[in-house]
Design a protein. Structure first.
Length: 237
């Protein structure tokens, strides 16, 4: 009889562990996978006013290649506590982290601003935005190195992988050619967060960017990001 009486109590206890008040159960599980010290590492590197972070780190959750990563959305609440909001499978460059120069097939490590968000159709979200056209490009050499330009006759600027995303302010990316600090020649250019080029190539490595799987995930990130949160991109920290 005593064993039967304890059974409902055990069920209630298990239910309580599965759901954290005010936090979705999936989020609670994801938070449990991230040690507090790990959060403190990136939290100490972003500006105090920053309350949103898009963070990408190495992960073997979905695959075990050097370019396998997870991209996380972190939000700082009113008490100053960082909360993991969502996670997405992602991939980076084929040689992993540690970009040093143009074409080295690595992705950069560090904390970065978001230069501009982009779509090929209507604006998504409230962040600074620019329409990406068929003629849009970021030259990897020349006077407009690491700058957003329009090249007459170009037709691939609005390809599927570039329909939603944002540009990471790596190596002084210029939204407008000639404006702002000059990029360092040869250090690397065109570091984006974007979606996969097609279902069949969803998890192929990039040339230095971070790639998510489907457009709906990137649209969610673009809607979630807010200028007032002074968001930052954190890579492998």
């Amino acid at each position: 009889m005593r064993r039967l009486m304890l059974l409902p109590v055990l069920v209630l206890l298990l239910a309580g562990l599965a759901t954290v008040p005010g936090v979705p159960s999936a989020q609670a599980a994801a938070s449990a996978r991230t040690p507090a010290a790990d959060v403190a590492t990136f939290a100490s590197l972003v500006p105090a006013r920053t309350s949103q972070v898009v963070r990408t780190i190495s992960s073997t959750r979905w695959c075990r290649k050097i370019y396998c990563t997870v991209t996380q959305a972190w939000q700082k609440d009113t008490t100053g506590t960082w909360q993991l909001v969502r996670e997405f499978r992602s991939v980076i460059a084929p040689k992993g982290w540690g970009k040093k120069r143009e074409g080295d097939m690595h992705s950069p490590v560090g904390v970065f601003d978001i230069s501009i968000t982009f779509t090929t159709s209507k604006r998504v979200g409230s962040m600074p935005w620019k329409r990406r056209k068929a003629t849009s490009a970021v030259p990897t050499s020349g006077a407009n190195y690491n700058s957003w330009v329009e090249i007459p006759g170009r037709t691939s600027g609005d390809r599927p992988s570039m329909r939603y995303g944002f540009v990471v302010d790596y190596n002084n990316f210029r939204v407008h050619p000639g404006r702002g600090a000059k990029p360092v020649a040869g250090k690397g250019s065109g570091i984006f967060y974007h979606t996969s080029p097609s279902a069949g190539r969803a998890w192929k490595p990039t040339e230095g960017c971070t790639q998510l799987g489907v457009p709906s995930q990137m649209r969610w990130i673009l809607r979630w990001l807010k200028p007032s949160a002074s968001p930052r991109v954190v890579q492998q920290l």
